[in-house]
Ligand binder design. Structure first.
Ligand code: NPQ
Ligand code: MG
Length: 364
């Protein structure tokens, strides 16, 4: 799927997304999962071809061996395979969608949503010049987005933040470095304290959790972790270390919506606010994310932007911004319908993995 505009981060420029979808065909019916891995392993170690390989050769065979299952069993069955949270999340999402479509319950209801719509922010890529950045930010504010996140990197940080503050006043503003700094940049990052940001997201490499705690003693602005938080255990540890005061939850990054809900709960019990991240999802991933963002401790606007922030045409009915909010789907499962004809047009490969049936084994 080509993006409406190039999206530049400290780890590269995206002009399109090659997305792995997983359709589960079960005795209860069909369900859809979306794998959020990018084409290259530059956000995290996962990438889409690797995810497809581990799904086909390691994860799905274990799932099929276990016989009957529900979504709540998926993480335990797949635990012997280390890592690969994005691939695991896609399976759990598809199984959960099938299960909920069959029982008639929505993702929101199942996960514990307490709101019927959610406040939305938008993530703004690195631009070539400040005037171009201001034009983009102005456009999003005109559309009603309730919070702006600027992607930053060394050489593109204090000046773009200053320019957005000067032009747009006290709009809710935060920054995301995607691991681009080192702890020796602490004094420089502290210059951002002058701009009353909501938070600084993942300034340091994902393994450097303790260094984030050191940074938090120099920088007054709250530190938010994204890449470092791969599980509820990692979230609890980071909070106890003082490495973060806010957490970005991405269900794909942590192995699925069920682990994401545990992170939500751990954070709530420690008084740490969370917000829903984004991975340039289609309407499928967006539907699940918007549902989860309606849980009570999602108290900051998420990167749950409208479909048209990324795509001219989505593979489901589009999510449309209304007064800076998106409606939580209320229908069974994800509550959105895949446009199968359009999906077929843009699909470049399909791989079918079947559970071996006893009869087939006996015969063969
Ligand atoms: C973040 N998302 O919060 C990510 C980064 C990101 C909306 O800023 C392909 C795969 C493209 C993963 C682009 C936002 C991606 C990607 C951006 C992740 O850090
Ligand atoms: Mg991030």
């Amino acid at each position: 799927m080509s993006l409406v505009a190039p999206f530049e981060t400290s780890f590269g420029i995206q002009t399109e997304r090659d997305i792995l979808l997983l359709k589960a065909t079960t005795s209860a019916g069909e369900g859809w999962g979306e794998c959020v891995a990018g084409e290259e392993p530059t956000y995290s170690s996962e990438y889409v071809d690797g995810a497809q390989h581990v799904l086909v050769h390691h994860l799905l065979p274990r799932l099929f061996e276990s016989g009957s299952l529900v979504a709540e069993d998926v993480a335990r069955i797949l635990r012997p395979v280390h890592g690969h949270q994005m691939a695991k999340a896609a399976i759990e999402m598809a199984v959960l969608d099938a299960q909920l479509r069959s029982s008639g319950e929505s993702f929101g209801k199942y996960l514990g949503a307490v709101m019927s719509e959610v406040d939305c922010g938008v993530s703004v890529g690195i631009h070539r010049t400040i005037p171009e950045l201001l034009q983009t930010v102005g456009g999003y504010l005109d559309q009603g987005y309730r919070r702006i996140k600027l992607k930053i990197k060394p050489g593109w940080d204090v000046e773009p933040v200053r320019a957005v503050r000067e032009r747009f006043g006290d709009v809710p503003l935060q920054v995301d470095a995607n691991t681009a700094y080192s702890v020796s940049d602490a004094e420089h990052l502290a210059e951002l304290d002058a701009f009353d940001l909501l938070l600084i997201e993942q300034p340091l490499p994902e393994e450097e959790v303790l260094a984030h705690a050191e940074l938090a003693r120099v920088v007054r602005t709250r530190i938010c972790l994204d890449e470092s938080i791969i599980s509820a255990q990692a979230a609890a540890d980071a909070i106890q270390l003082g490495a973060c005061q806010v957490i970005n939850i991405k269900p794909g990054r942590v192995g699925g919506y069920l682990e994401a809900r545990r992170i939500h709960d751990v954070c709530a019990s420690h008084g740490v606010p969370v917000w829903m991240g984004g991975m340039l999802e289609t309407g499928l991933g967006r539907a699940g994310n918007v549902a989860m963002a309606a849980l009570p401790n999602f108290t900051l606007p998420g990167d749950t932007s409208a479909s048209d922030r990324y795509y001219h045409r989505d593979i489901t009915e589009p999510f449309v911004l209304r007064e800076g909010r998106l409606a939580v789907p209320a229908g069974p499962g994800l509550g959105v319908t895949v446009d199968l004809e359009f999906l077929d047009q843009i699909t470049h490969s399909v791989e079918t993995v079947r559970r071996e049936r006893r009869a087939a084994r006996a015969a063969g």
